[in-house]
Design a protein around this ligand. Structure first.
Ligand SMILES: [Mg+2]
Length: 378
């Protein structure tokens, strides 16, 4: 089997309202479709990533560097292809102000990830197996929660109870809510509102989006503990994301989640071996794709960590379902926050009774709606 064509197709869909997280605002859903055509008729077609600033650069890396390298290659040699993509000389201009040039590295790794995930879709389709079974299947369903609990513009908490009701109506088991933007007192009150609305069995996680100092992370973690949260995500600012997380984890006894900001398996390695996290939420669309994800997951399993994920559940569910340590799948129960998850697949995955049913078709098992691709094409 040989790759005869590879096309990146950037999509953007403005959201009907802005969503305020711990440290950011989301106004549009961006993503990247990658279509891989092979000489025996198998076509991989996946989507993932939510990059606004650097989307054009990611497309350029795929078009100018990765595509020429991949044409004529055997997609089943995916380890070799990923290794070559990681070491390929790619000109991304002068080095930036950031000491680690992180944006440039992230552009490369997102481009590789988009291609790599589409290659794995090809492998699943060629084998006639859903991706999670190709990776070594562990289970067909996963517990699922919603990402939400964004901040209202007027600071009120009244919408939170409605959001809990929406989660229950959608059949998800809980809510991962935003903290880190307001005062600690107000954030605690917001969690209290969700606990009261959801009841004792409703799963609550808190995501600060790197919004706090270590001291604030510890203070919030100790205060929120009686409200029984499943985990505290990215409690510490970007410059202290290994040692600082470890300190919060040890001081609060809470399960700490991080990893979504890392773009390399080596960054994930450091989180794992230095005791910074209980749950790693790798973003497979950021770290170089499924080929890199497998190495991270293997190391995390050796340390008995839970394997979470960051966004793009259409890919992540297969990955979590292939691991004995797979945790919650996360979706957006509010359709306005991620309209593409509902519209882009011809048939979105089934969610019911707090469980996400992993699609059983070959590859990702999610044929994409071509009308939506045409309509949202950048
Ligand atoms: Mg997060």
């Amino acid at each position: 089997m040989k790759i005869v064509d590879l096309q990146p197709i950037p999509l953007v869909l403005p959201l009907p309202e802005a969503f305020l997280g711990g440290t950011y605002v989301i106004k549009a859903r961006n993503t990247l479709v990658v279509r891989v055509v092979t000489d025996d008729g198998v076509v991989g077609e996946t989507y993932g990533g939510d990059e606004d600033l650097y989307q054009d650069e990611i497309v350029r890396v795929i078009t100018d560097y990765l595509r020429p390298m991949l044409l004529g290659q055997d997609p089943f040699m995916v380890e070799a292809l990923n290794e070559t993509m990681c070491s390929l000389p790619i000109d991304l201009g002068n080095r930036g102000l950031h000491a680690l040039d992180l944006a440039r590295h992230a552009i490369r790794m997102q481009a590789i990830a988009a291609v790599d995930i589409a290659l794995w879709d090809v492998l699943g389709k060629a084998a006639g197996q859903p991706l999670y079974k190709l990776l070594g299947g562990f289970r067909e369903t996963l517990p699922v929660i919603s990402i939400g609990g964004y901040y209202s513009k007027d600071g009120s908490t009244t919408a939170l109870a409605d959001e809990v009701a929406e989660c229950k109506a959608r059949g998800v088991a809980g809510l991962k809510m935003k903290v880190g933007r307001a005062t600690l007192t107000h954030d605690l009150e917001r969690v209290r509102v969700v606990r009261e609305a959801g009841g004792p069995d409703f799963v609550i996680a808190c995501d600060a989006n790197q919004g706090w100092s270590v001291a604030d992370g510890i203070a919030f973690g100790r205060a929120v503990a009686p409200l029984n949260i499943a985990w505290l995500e990215e409690p510490v600012a970007w410059y202290d994301c290994v040692e600082g997380l470890r300190r919060v984890r040890e001081a609060t006894g809470l399960r700490v989640t991080s990893g979504q900001g890392e773009v390399s398996r080596q960054g994930m390695r450091d989180l794992i071996v230095r005791g910074a996290v209980d749950i790693i939420n790798t973003d497979v669309t950021m770290v170089g794709g499924i080929t890199q994800w497998r190495k991270i997951a293997g190391l995390a399993e050796c340390f008995d960590l839970t394997i979470g994920h960051h966004e793009e559940p259409q890919v992540a569910a297969h990955l979590l379902a292939s691991s004995p340590r797979g945790g919650y799948v996360e979706i957006f129960a509010n359709r306005k926050r991620d309209p593409l998850w509902y519209e882009l697949p011809e048939h979105p995955p089934r969610i019911a009774g707090g469980l996400y049913h992993v699609p059983q078709g070959p590859g990702l098992g999610l044929p994409l709606n071509q009308e939506v691709i045409t309509r949202c094409r950048k």
